[in-house]
Write a protein that binds this ligand. Structure first.
Ligand code: PHE
Length: 344
């Protein structure tokens, strides 16, 4: 019997050492030390032995058990260690490989131009305000001194909305940012010093310089004793800062029902001295419309024109962006072609 036991030990040690996975090791453990294992099987024969023999036999089998358990424990550690090494080898991470490039977003060029304008206006004491893009006929036209049958409505090809309100007449997509003049006067009363940047809409055939949707900006300054010379000074300062060079302002007669007198304003070309492609050799660049706010407009918004005067001026933000980027096709700003947009 002793021989048998020793043989079990020899076999078990060999099997343990040859195990190279945890599953295999578990099987070996079961085979020799489990409930139905060979050690247990031998012990069942113990009842036929003398007490002395039983003692010796029991002791020996316990010793074998201890030795085998220890071996199993060691083998288990060894296998685990090997598995970790294996994993490290297979999951090798090369930290020197170049990273996967991610695309970095940036502010749209029209927004950049808007931000720049806003910063300049704010530095001169203006507040930035906005109004709704769906506007009433009353604020977009009537209160701006453009009544129903006025021929000036032809200047603004309008998208009307199939809806009427009792108080404000038809609804439409605003054709300019000027209705915010009325909104702000009604809301705040005089004095007022605001910049209104915003999206506007006109029913126009799209070409390189026209789009049905575009951006405008508009400055409005109402206070006591405001005159055209203030307007000229502000335009000079604002666009001088915007283009980063000293510029000269030139007025030409213009016509807007909501200003009197009405003017078109031009600035000396910030890109040349003697004529270039941008100013088409004229040395001046047309920027927008302006004038002194018409007394009828002030009255419509509840401001006494005898007490307060003001100027308003406005133009296309897209046009400014075209000048800054030296791009002469307005449509590119909204085609979402990253090859174009990424340049700015
Ligand atoms: N609202 C005018 C337009 O869209 C521009 C303008 C603004 C003119 C303010 C005068 C004063 O054409």
């Amino acid at each position: 019997m002793e021989k048998q036991l020793n043989q079990i030990q020899i076999d078990a040690e060999k099997d343990i050492k040859e195990s190279n996975s945890l599953d295999q090791l578990l099987e070996v453990e079961k085979k020799y030390l489990g409930k139905k294992g060979s050690l247990k099987a031998i012990l069942s024969q113990i009842k036929d032995l003398s007490i002395e023999e039983k003692k010796a036999f029991g002791k020996l089998s316990n010793q074998i058990k201890v030795v085998l358990n220890e071996l199993i424990f060691k083998q288990k550690k060894l296998i685990e260690e090997q598995e970790i090494q294996e994993q490290l080898k297979n999951e090798f991470l090369d930290v020197t490989l170049p990273a996967i490039q991610t695309q970095k977003g940036s502010t749209h060029v029209l927004k950049q131009v808007q931000k720049k304008l806003e910063e300049i206006f704010i530095s001169l004491g203006f507040e930035v305000v906005d109004g709704p893009e769906v506007e009433s006929e009353k604020y977009n036209f009537e209160d701006l001194n453009i009544p129903q049958s006025h021929p000036a409505r032809d200047m603004y090809d309008t998208f009307f909305i199939d809806q009427k309100t009792e108080k404000y007449n038809r609804l439409l997509l605003r054709t300019h940012t000027s209705p915010v003049q009325i909104r702000h006067m009604l809301k705040q009363g005089a004095p007022i010093k605001v910049l209104v940047p915003g999206r506007v809409f006109r029913y126009e055939e799209a070409d390189a310089t026209h789009e049905h949707t575009f951006m405008q900006y508009e400055g409005l300054y109402i206070d006591k004793d405001i005159s055209l010379s203030h307007l000229k000074g502000y335009i000079e300062e604002i666009f001088g800062q915007f283009f980063g060079s000293k510029i000269e302002v030139r007025f030409r007669p213009g016509y807007f029902p909501f200003t009197e007198p009405s003017l078109e304003f031009e600035i000396s070309c910030p890109f040349c001295k003697n004529g270039c492609k941008v100013c088409k050799q004229t040395k001046y660049i047309e920027l927008g419309g302006c004038g002194m706010v018409h007394p009828n407009v002030l009255k419509a918004a509840g401001i006494d024109p005898e007490k307060y005067q003001g100027f308003a001026f406005g133009g296309g933000l897209d046009r400014l962006a075209m000048l800054v980027t030296q791009n002469n096709d307005l449509r590119l700003f909204r085609q979402n072609d990253l090859r174009f947009l990424k340049q700015f």
